[in-house]
Write a protein that binds this ligand. Structure first.
Ligand code: PMT
Length: 404
């Protein structure tokens, strides 16, 4: 997380400067300490007061007038920064950075800092695709700077194309990723999440309340920590996380097939999906019409995906979830032992703040040696963190259940 991490945000002169205000809010919401540096052109698009109010810090823009009690503004800001992000980054700042110019406060900070630099371009699509801009970006990347590509869509000049500033939440996520220690590098983590939908005619299905949030949080956290991530997801309302291989599925059988296809490269499998245990035996090709009396839908068993994986486990770390509404530890322990997992994450959906849909969860981690570790109510992103810590611990100890 960004708690107390020090970020310098450079805002340059483009219409997307207004989105930088939203970025400051997002960074502050995540606990970061933000200092904003604006170019003269940026001040024509948005007032420094906006950033001062949102960041709670003075805004710097003049190379020769230090804000607050900074002695030499560009050196103080360069040393303060754990990361410098330029958002929006115009073609002009990209060119000046590539040329190594230092003719205003922002460019001098950039030359003086040893912190990583993230560039978030935003400009007209033709300007962005201009070979000069692309060459300059390539040069900056070769010097170790990170670039978050702009999105595709309608631009301020009414044209459509690639050039829209990445969304503030995406930029904040990229900052989190750059600032997170890469302790899972080398792992390929296959995560399943969301509900499955089991149709019985073209307009109806059996499903459950899973939102996918728990598994998406795992994917985001694993990627931040340097793992390669494949996310197999049942239908959810969430956008696919950036930087992960995303495999959408609908039914349990599709999920089983996707997991089987991607199992080979995986070193860790985490099954957070709420898979329907049963599916309608028949899916009618046309909508079932309403009639007098009741309707019976015959159900048959779905494959138990995690048990199937356990047969091919090898030296992969296999993590399951247990979703219960009674006898949490008892049921979770029998699933842990019967389904051949290395550990299981148990949650009780009747506990306030736990389980389906919300942004929080309350979990216990059970291991094969009989240990139970209980955690308080936490955000799902932090729950993801403790699960991945456990994965790392098992990898370090080499105590993996032999699945051969
Ligand atoms: O998605 P959210 O709204 O964020 O909610 C999160 C969650 C409550 C769905 C999540 O925390 C959770 O508990 N996921 C597992 C739900 C579940 O199906 O539990 P289970 O006890 O029924 O299954 C045990 C394990 O076997 C699970 O890892 C499950 O993925 C797996 N399973 C179950 C059935 C099946 N046919 N195949 C499986 O692989």
């Amino acid at each position: 997380m960004l708690k107390d991490r020090k970020v310098v945000l450079g805002v340059t002169g483009g219409i997307a400067a207004y989105k930088a205000a939203e970025l400051v809010r997002e960074l502050v919401r995540r606990g970061a300490k933000v200092r904003v540096v604006m170019t003269d052109h940026a001040c024509k698009f948005i007032a420094p007061l906006t950033f001062e109010t949102l960041s709670g810090n003075p805004v710097a823009s003049d190379l020769f007038r230090a804000p607050g009690n900074f002695e030499i503004a560009h050196i103080a800001l360069a040393e303060f920064a754990e990361l410098v992000v330029i958002a929006p980054a115009t073609a002009n700042i990209i060119g000046r950075m590539a040329a190594g110019l230092a003719d205003d406060l922002l460019t001098t900070v950039l030359l003086a800092t040893e912190a990583p630099v993230l560039i978030c371009p935003a400009m007209n699509a033709k300007m962005y695709s201009n070979p000069v801009v692309q060459e300059n970006l390539a040069r900056l990347v070769s010097r170790g700077h990170a670039v978050l590509e702009p999105g595709y869509g309608e631009l301020a000049c009414r044209a459509e194309g690639e050039g829209r500033l990445a969304e503030p939440v995406e930029i904040a996520e990229e900052i989190e990723s750059i600032l997170t220690t890469k302790d899972l590098r080398g792992e390929h983590i296959l995560i399943t999440t969301g509900p499955t939908q089991e149709p019985f005619d073209p307009v109806r299905f059996i499903s459950n309340y899973s939102s996918g949030k728990m598994g998406y949080a795992l994917a985001v956290m694993a990627r931040r920590r340097g793992a390669t991530v494949t996310l197999v997801s049942g239908p959810t309302a969430l956008p696919a996380p950036r930087g992960v291989e995303f495999v959408p599925v609908q039914t349990a059988v599709e999920m089983r097939d996707a997991v089987t296809t991607h199992l080979e490269e995986a070193t860790v499998v985490i099954k957070a999906a709420a898979v329907a245990d049963y599916r309608p035996a028949v899916c009618e090709p046309v909508k079932i019409k309403k009639k007098e009396g009741s309707l019976t839908v015959r159900l048959e068993r779905n494959p138990d995906i995690i048990s199937e994986i356990a047969q091919r486990k090898g030296d992969r770390i296999l993590v399951g979830f247990s979703m219960e509404s009674d006898h949490l530890i008892e049921h979770a322990r029998s699933k842990l032992m019967e389904k051949g997992m290395d550990f299981i994450v148990a949650n009780d959906v009747t506990e306030p703040g736990a389980g389906f849909r919300g942004d929080t969860n309350v979990v216990r981690i059970l291991d094969r040696e009989g240990g139970v570790e209980a955690f308080p109510l936490m955000d799902k992103i932090d729950v993801a963190g403790v699960i991945l810590d456990r994965v790392r611990k098992i990898r370090k100890n080499g105590r993996i259940l032999d699945g051969r």
